[in-house]
Design a protein around this ligand. Structure first.
Ligand SMILES: Nc1ncnc2c1ncn2[C@@H]1O[C@H](COP(=O)(O)OP(=O)(O)OP(=O)(O)O)[C@@H](O)[C@H]1O
Length: 283
């Protein structure tokens, strides 16, 4: 699903889902206001089971606000938000949240640095941060090891979380977000703060995840087109709390749409299955 953005018809695209049953996220005319500020306005968005979305926009565009709504952490001021077939405001969010894997700087900040890496992952199943609360089944331990290995950090299972590099921590937290076998995976700026090698490693892992037909519907927030992992299918561009364009990534990701999103003339370049952007130099 999704609506392709044409050059003449770029602004404020509205998703027109055809089969609501397949929608993992369904937002209708959603707005969020805080202290007189409009954080989001008129957002219509649908995410299907097999889609991998990138949300791209500058600082303060409303990306985190949108993602926190998709994580059932925040209610809209107006409009309707349906997640996994349940409507926010009419569902117990504590029942909904375990079905959603959410990975953000706030999640990272909640992990005690002296927590063993394997326990950081396995404890997600119990919605607690800390092994002391629960005795885990060997099944869960096995799954924790599998997920760490899949994210390329299996060798750190017995290390303390606080001793890992930023990039390693990010991958451990993605493993944690996948532990509950969520129907929706939300990643808020997973590559922020990573060096070039760490970013490229993460992009490669996210590509594997995107290509995995058993992986959940995924939404990735980023500031940079360089961080878009191959295999992601859809793109939403946000500016000032409004959708600039959304739809199939290959249709929406254009120099024109990027320029409108970041408020300056930008040139988008594609190299293989990766994207790069720079300011137009007037050539
Ligand atoms: N509680 C609040 N009260 C007033 N304004 C808020 C509140 N929370 C967020 N904002 C503002 O809403 C806007 C959108 O914030 P949000 O964190 O969603 O943006 P973002 O696109 O994730 O930004 P960044 O890329 O910088 O993380 C920002 O201008 C922010 O200052």
């Amino acid at each position: 699903m999704g609506v392709a953005a044409g050059a003449d018809d770029r602004m404020r695209h509205v998703a027109e889902p055809t089969d609501f049953d397949d929608l993992v996220v369904h937002m209708t005319d959603v707005g969020v206001r805080r202290g007189g500020n409009k954080l989001l306005t008129g957002v219509n968005w649908g995410v299907e089971l097999d889609e991998r979305w990138v949300i791209l926009g500058g600082n303060g565009a409303g990306k985190t606000t949108l993602l926190r709504m998709a994580a059932a952490e925040l209610h809209p001021s107006n409009g309707t938000v349906q997640l996994l077939g349940e409507t926010l405001g009419r569902v117990d969010v504590f029942e909904l949240r375990p079905r959603i894997g959410f990975c953000s700087a706030a999640t990272a900040a909640r992990v005690p640095p002296d927590e063993k890496v394997l326990d950081v992952v396995v404890s997600a199943g119990y919605a607690v941060m800390g092994r002391w609360r629960e005795e885990y089944e060997s099944l869960d331990t096995g799954r924790g090891h599998e997920l760490l290995a899949a994210l390329g950090v299996g060798q750190f299972a017995d290390r303390l979380f606080g001793t890992l590099s930023e990039g390693e921590r990010k991958r451990v937290l993605i493993a944690r977000a996948l532990m509950t076998d969520p129907e929706l995976l939300l990643l808020d700026e997973p590559a922020a703060g990573l060096d070039l090698g760490g970013r490229e490693d993460l992009v490669a892992r996210l590509t594997e995840l995107a290509m995995d037909p058993d992986a959940p519907a995924t939404v990735l927030v980023t500031h940079h087109v360089e961080e878009i992992p191959p295999g992601f299918t859809h793109l939403m561009l946000l500016k000032g709390g409004e959708v600039v364009a959304q739809g199939l990534l290959e249709d929406v990701l254009t120099s024109e749409n990027l320029s409108a999103t970041f408020g300056q003339q930008l040139v988008l370049e594609r190299s293989g299955d990766r994207y790069f952007a720079r300011r137009a130099t007037g050539e």
